[in-house]
Each structure stands twice: as C-alpha cells, then as structure tokens.
Design a protein around this ligand. Structure first.
Ligand SMILES: Nc1ncnc2c1ncn2[C@@H]1O[C@H](COP(=O)(O)OP(=O)(O)OP(=O)(O)O)[C@@H](O)[C@H]1O
Ligand SMILES: [Mg+2]
Length: 275
C-alpha cells in the first residue's frame, strides 16, 4: 500500500513548528529508514500515518484514504505503529494476550487471529515466552513483544519508531531478519533509527530529517556521501564509510561487503588472491 505525504506542516499547540513542508512518496512494499537529530520531527511525521496527529497544513494519504477522513481505529487496519517506548504500548499481563489485542480489535475471525498471533510470536522468537508477564522481561525483550503485537495485525504498512534503541547486538541482528521476512511479505516498512550501521545494512532508501524538513532522500551511497549535510543534523556516516574515507577509498562505501570489494579493487591481484 502506498503512502503520499504532500507539503505537510505540523505545529504543536505549544507553538513548536515540528514539520515544515514535508513531501514523501513511499511505494508499496518499500522499506525506508528515517534518520536525523533529536527533535527533527521524525516521530511527529510518522504519527500522521495512523491519524494520531492531523496536519496543520498539507495532506497525508494512506493508500486511497486521506487520513483526515478516517478514524484512528480505521487507520489501524492499514498502519501498524510500534511506539518509541514499548511501555507506552504494553498493558496486558501475558505476552500472548498482548500480541492478541491488535488482531482482536480488528475483529478478524478467530482462526485468523490465532494464525496471525502464532506467526508474530514465532517471527520475534517469543513462542517460549508467551506465558510470561511483559514486565518480567528485559526492555529488549519487551520491545520484541511490542513489535510482535503490531506484526500480528498483519497491516500492509508497519512503522517502527526506534526499534534498535536499547537493544543488544543479538536483537539488532534479529531485527534484520524480521525486516527481511517483512520484505518477503511485501510489507511497507518505515523505521526511525539512530543506529546508522543498522540503517546502512538493512535499508536501500534513507530519508534524513533536520528541523522539520527532509534534507536528503535516497540510496545509502548517495545519502552518506553528503557529509556536510549529515553533520548539520548531527548524523555521522557509518563507521565503515568513515574508515574507507580515511584510507583514501574514493568510491561510496557503506557496508562491510562494499568495503572489502573496494579494498580488493584498489589493492590489486595480491589482495584478491587472499579473499
Ligand atoms: N507533544 C508535544 N508537544 C509539544 N512539542 C512537541 C511534542 N512532541 C514533540 N514536540 C516537539 O516537536 C519537535 C519534533 O519532535 P519529534 O518528537 O517529532 O522529534 P524526533 O525527531 O522524533 O526526536 P527524537 O529523535 O528525540 O525521538 C521537537 O522540537 C519536540 O520538542
Ligand atoms: Mg522520536
């Protein structure tokens, strides 16, 4: 399902102008990462997708719906939103019950609810933890429950607000696998993340925000080449990109594989033999 955001402005009642003319088209099945400094408007932007916020000016379209013409409950069938803080989202006393809330609210047939809950528990590695109380889990595992609760709704669009914050290395890798699975199901995914290495590894489109506007929007190699612009919104290119630059590698490098390739190309036959 596609998303069309046109010239979106949003001002909080306090007078803070959080979004200042954002336009974005996201195609069905696309996976997009949003990065940018704290307070640049990332969360404000995605809260427009499920109607939690309505534009001060401009329009947000989800599929063929203008968000202003549909309720938050209706939009929940199209856009699943994993909150920045899982504790804003979780309120049941059992992991499985938590994951069941969303599909039950969508009033799906019982068989389908069961199937979607099992799929989500399985995808997030929660099958053996289904009977636990979410608050007996570590914050990293609670985040998994929050993600599973949204995946269980089987919405065509999934928004992940900071899925990597506070996660250990294993969970971040696990998230990469979840993204790949969602790609296989042709889900549209929008993920906000401060973890630039995660973003560079898993996303082919990156939107950089600064002060309520989109500063750059494109493939990682194009985005990470804009060093000055990134610095203006306090984003550092991935470590591997910085290392490549320090070594005098001119080509855009943003992954370990790309780095090895460029190094081999520059070092000549001797290095290639060792690979
Ligand atoms: N409920 C609110 N009331 C008033 N101002 C708000 C509210 N929520 C956010 N803001 C302000 O709007 C601006 C954008 O905030 P937003 O939370 O969208 O940024 P963000 O990019 O998600 O930041 P972070 O990376 O810290 O999560 C900031 O100046 C913030 O202080
Ligand atoms: Mg935020």
């Amino acid at each position: 399902m596609q998303i069309d955001i046109t010239d979106l402005y949003f001002t909080y009642p306090t007078g803070v102008e959080a979004l200042r003319g954002v336009s974005l088209h996201i195609a069905p099945g696309e996976q997009v990462a949003i990065i940018g400094q704290n307070g640049s408007g990332k969360t404000t932007l995605v809260k427009h997708l499920n109607g939690l916020l309505q534009p001060t000016r401009g329009t947000v379209r989800v599929g063929d719906w203008l968000t202003g013409e549909h309720s938050v409950a209706q939009l929940a069938a199209r856009v699943g939103y994993v909150f920045q803080n899982p504790d804003d989202q979780l309120f049941k006393t059992r992991v499985e019950d938590e994951v069941r809330v969303g599909p039950l609210n969508l009033k799906l047939p019982p068989d389908q609810v069961d199937a979607q809950v099992e799929h989500a528990l399985d995808l997030l590695g929660l099958v053996e933890r289904r009977d636990l109380h979410p608050y007996d889990l570590t914050p990293a595992w609670r985040k998994r429950v929050a993600i599973a609760a949204v995946i269980a709704m089987n919405t065509p669009i999934i928004v992940l607000d900071e899925p990597t914050t506070g996660q250990d290395h294993a969970t971040v890798q696990e998230l990469g696998r979840v993204l790949a699975a969602l790609r296989g199901e042709a889900k549209t995914v929008i993920a906000i993340s401060h973890d630039i290495d995660f973003v560079a590894t898993h996303f082919s489109r990156i939107v950089v925000m600064g002060q309520g506007q989109v500063l750059v929007d494109g493939a990682p190699e194009a985005v990470f080449a804009q060093t000055d612009l990134l610095a203006s919104t306090y984003v550092e290119p991935p470590q591997i990109t910085r290392l490549a630059r320090r070594l005098g590698i001119d080509a855009a490098v943003y992954s370990v594989d790309g780095f090895v390739e460029q190094l081999a190309a520059q070092a000549g036959p001797q290095m290639r033999r060792r690979r």
